[in-house]
Design a protein. Structure first.
Length: 256
């Protein structure tokens, strides 16, 4: 069984579809919501969905409200989750039908701590406009022979330092215990998903499930589109910090 956590921010047009995409799976035990200071009525939609589906949906939005950022809200929700397995869903994305059945049926999922799959791209209206097959689609950044060899050797972390092939936190499923072990999501605005995936797959066992699991919505208000310059600066800082973490991790394993 899975806990689904949905941090919500100004996605009134999309949040109902996001919640429904989680509700339709019987493998989802609970859906935890928190609104992060929305100004467009998203909080009211979340509250109404929780009232209508009180056996499985919990609205954990504090009365004080406020905006604390995605990384803080994600950590709050994961800490409140009752299941060992947690799936993140951004309030403008949606889960592909059958995604949890595909996860539990996959042989690699049984022995992993962190799993991800392929991503569909949809526009603001929900129409499909593209797709990405995880690390198999590197957009020409790696020679094909190098990619085939690295995939065969399961060098997923090394590939992830080259490109965020997960695309979004909505493409992550992980053990709650792994989240605690790596210290949760760090305070990045643009790359908190990429940073967490790197640290999680370095510390735990990652699994690439070759199925389309998530629909990522592309629209004019995607956070990553706010400032290309700021996003690049943050990305470079995050990767530098991760290299230091990876070096310390390798040293610890050698000593151990």
């Amino acid at each position: 069984m899975f806990s689904v956590v949905i941090p919500i921010y100004n996605h009134a047009k999309f949040v109902r579809q996001a919640i429904w995409s989680a509700l339709r799976s019987p493998l989802v035990k609970e859906i935890l919501l928190v609104d992060d200071g929305s100004k467009d009525g998203s909080d009211k939609i979340a509250a109404s969905m929780a009232r209508a589906h009180s056996s499985r949906v919990r609205d954990l939005t504090p009365r004080s409200g406020g905006n604390r950022g995605a990384h803080n809200r994600l950590n709050e929700l994961v800490e409140r989750a009752q299941c060992e397995w947690v799936a993140v869903l951004n309030s403008d994305d949606a889960f592909v039908s059958g995604r949890f059945d595909a996860l539990v049926a996959h042989p690699d999922f049984r022995d992993c701590d962190f799993a991800f799959g392929n991503v569909l791209f949809m526009n603001e209206r929900g129409a499909l406009i593209g797709a990405k097959r995880g690390p198999l689609d590197t957009w020409g950044l790696l020679p094909s022979l190098d990619l085939v060899r690295m995939m065969a050797e399961r060098r997923l972390v090394e590939l992830l330092t080259d490109q965020n092939y997960l695309i979004t936190t909505s493409n992550m499923v992980f053990r709650k215990s792994l989240h605690a072990r790596v210290g949760g999501f760090h305070p990045y605005r643009y790359v908190h998903d990429w940073d967490f995936a790197l640290r999680a797959m370095l510390a735990g066992r990652g699994a690439y499930i070759r199925r389309f699991l998530t629909a990522y919505r592309m629209h004019s208000h995607n956070t990553i589109l706010e400032s290309e310059r700021k996003a690049i600066i943050e990305m470079n800082s995050m990767l530098d910090n991760f290299k230091l973490d990876a070096a310390r991790f390798a040293e610890t394993k050698t000593i151990g």
